[in-house]
Design a protein around this ligand. Sequence first.
Ligand SMILES: NC(=O)c1ccc[n+]([C@@H]2O[C@H](COP(=O)([O-])OP(=O)(O)OC[C@H]3O[C@@H](n4cnc5c(N)ncnc54)[C@H](OP(=O)(O)O)[C@@H]3O)[C@@H](O)[C@H]2O)c1
Length: 274
Amino acid sequence: MRRYPGAAYIVGEMFEELSNNPTARITMKKTVAIIGAEGKMGSAMACVIARAGYRTLISGHDYRDLLALVGRLPLLEAKIRMQVPQADMGIVIDPKEASWEADIIIPAVPYEAQAAVAQEIREFVTGKIVISVVNPMNQGFSDLLTPPMKSAAEELAELLPHSRIVKAFNTIFATDVKVPDSKDQVADVFVAGDDSEAVTQVMELVRDTGFNPVNAGNLSMSRTLESMMLLLMNIPRRNTCGSVTGWKVVQRSSLPGRPTPEKSTKFAARNIES
Ligand SMILES: NC(=O)c1ccc[n+]([C@@H]2O[C@H](COP(=O)([O-])OP(=O)(O)OC[C@H]3O[C@@H](n4cnc5c(N)ncnc54)[C@H](OP(=O)(O)O)[C@@H]3O)[C@@H](O)[C@H]2O)c1
């Protein structure tokens, strides 16, 4: 059987914590692996996830890619450590090994690479949460490449039938991931998936990274979420609104002259009773 140094490290950490404080309740930090960590989205995600206190593994294109080994990933790690000195992170170049070690896997790769990455990590992600951040855009960002009744996230679920696929983080820009707060408004991050426990965990991750999680429903809702990014990208092209950063669901109570949610609930209850 192949041995993975990271697993031994985790067990070692547990023993150390127990021997230092036998009454301590071991709350294991979740490990998140980011595949394609050198890219715009992957590097931003790695930074905020490390800042949120998760053990973060950054993974490259291919473990045979010597450039990644000697250059890009260590450079990224150093950059993140400058911003997050306490980061608990490591480089695991091989996506298979990173997936094996992680609880949550984020393939931050282009749609065109999704199938290849899924094929590569498939046997290492059984039962695990895999977050789909992918937006299947065409080159001109004018349309989606997926068929009308299919999303990239649902395709990923077909490619990884034994994993728990959750759509999240796809409706925000990489440039905004590190600064979720825009003009005092925290952007919403929509979370969609068929496994409610996995959705809850990803909502927690979203909150920990500084965004506002919104449960968007089942994985099929990813079709809408992927279209939402397409729309968001096209809004500045056709409007004079300047750049946009994300979506925000406006709650009824924040509109002047509207009843508060409490009042509208009572109103609804009255209607049901009558
Ligand atoms: N950028 C955004 O604002 C944004 C926002 C939301 C969602 N997304 C989604 O996030 C994903 C990544 O976008 P991006 O803008 O970060 O693209 P990017 O800057 O081009 O980064 C893509 C990364 O994926 C790596 N990669 C490509 N094929 C791979 C493979 N087979 N195995 C492992 N790694 C591979 C690339 O490595 P090499 O350079 O070595 O090929 C690169 O590091 C896309 O699906 C996009 O739709 C992006």
